[in-house]
Design a protein around this ligand. Sequence first.
Ligand SMILES: Cc1ncc(C[n+]2csc(CCOP(=O)(O)OP(=O)(O)O)c2C)c(N)n1
Ligand SMILES: [Mg+2]
Length: 336
Amino acid sequence: MTAKKSSKKPNVSAEELKAYYRDMLLIRRFEEKAGQLYGMGLIGGFCHLYIGQEAVVVGLEASAKEGDKRITSYRDHGHMLACGMDPNGVMAELTGRIGGYSKGKGGSMHMFSKEKHFYGGHGIVGAQVPLGAGLAFADKYKGNDNVTFAYFGDGAANQGQVYETFNMAALWKLPVIFVIENNQYAMGTAQARSTSSPDIYTRGEAFGIAGQAVDGMDVLAVKEAGDKAVAHCRAGKGPYILEVKTYRYRGHSMSDPAKYRTREEVQKMREEKDAIEHVRELLLTGKHASEDDLKAIDKEIKGIVNASAEFAKESPEPPLEELWTDIYATDASQTA
Ligand SMILES: Cc1ncc(C[n+]2csc(CCOP(=O)(O)OP(=O)(O)O)c2C)c(N)n1
Ligand SMILES: [Mg+2]
């Protein structure tokens, strides 16, 4: 990895560090539970887990303020939890129940929250990138200082629409942070087999877009880079590219046998780079938290995740009439 690492000494408070630990753990345990429910046949359709990448979204959410927007791909559960969406509503959507964010009609890839400014959840690779620039355009038009985080993968970064978007975002100085979650694989294709350069963020140079790579297994480094990117956008300097070098531990989706890489490769990342273990160590060695404090956090998270699974199992399936609702916008104010 050529990414920038954070210094050993955390530049955030003990409380913030504990919050990162908690938020990353919530994502990991939630995803593990989703994987179990999928295995039990309670979740149908596609399900792309985020396990391994937790530090990316938790670090960047720590740089965001109220009003900022986020939009991402189908690997989206972590983004929803990190921006404060209700785990019950997310899990119930995964199981296709009425208590889900899309009343059980959207599933894993199609959830939204206007309240939390989360704009999906997109199954078409790269489609969220121009949409993200559109969200940023709206904020610029309205004259506020909100920023949009548009997340996409290393595979999506080879799509033409990404570069059309770069051009317009740079031309109009849109407040959008293009977050490339480089987890080194696009389905079964390793980055080196699909992508001409090891660093993707440098492609912004052709459009005059500033950017940098960052170690996505280090939440502090992500937060530091996020602060810089956000400051750039809020100051009206236009878009910024953050290429966050990360790694997914699980297959592309639940139906991926992962034959394109060795078990040893995954094991090595887990043992040497795990983002949650990193923060755990910082908390313990810096005496910011005791083993008991961390156990209490683990217990709290387990409770939240188990409750979400119970909610998701008990919530009824949507009645047939629901197939005819939420298709057209009936109230103009709903689309504003
Ligand atoms: C336009 C389009 N082409 C192909 C696909 C099939 N597809 C789904 S995910 C994916 C790989 C994307 O990889 P990446 O952008 O690195 O994201 P990651 O899955 O690693 O998060 C492909 C090719 C699709 N959904 N949409
Ligand atoms: Mg990828």
